[in-house]
Design a protein around this ligand. Sequence first.
Ligand SMILES: [Zn+2]
Length: 202
Amino acid sequence: MKINPITLKSIENMKNKYKINDLEVEYETIHRNIKYPRLEIKTGYLYLILPNGYDNPEQLIKKHESWIYRKVSHIINSKKQAENRKLDMKRSDEELKDLILSYVKSISQELDVNVNKVRFQRMKSRWGSCSSKGNLNFNRYLKYLPAQLIEYIVFHEVAHLLEMGHNKKFWSIISTRFQNYKKMEDELLIYWLSVKDLEGIE
Ligand SMILES: [Zn+2]
């Protein structure tokens, strides 16, 4: 089960700071009935999900300092770049649906897979998802994005019908159309930071 830090945030409200080089990282600790500690970073904020009784979070941070530094710097950089991205304010919900459905049709033919249902939802943590039954879910907030990024998301989700994991095989399928997929993934984070601001999503 995936723990959602957004809902967990309200459970314990202990805001702390930890300095790594030039970065001051804000973090929160969340205790749960688990065996091993876990780290999650959401839009620049660090969550430490700790087993009950675990009381040395700073030691855990120290151990993963370079990983945390890399992740948080990437988000800070993306936030700066978000200022230079223009959101599409003209595309309607209906237009988004039509666009996505037409991409789903052509891409599922191209990859020779069967798509079951396509749903649209407002989601706070992902642009899209795909189930093993062939159901695809797309975030309604995609309407603000350039068509090329929407096409990338559709391609990404439909490709999951060939390979569920984000592994070598998966990225090689993605590369058949999007050799620049790393750049696309970066752009998705940059745009998410803008959309989040616009919609007042925490
Ligand atoms: Zn994926």
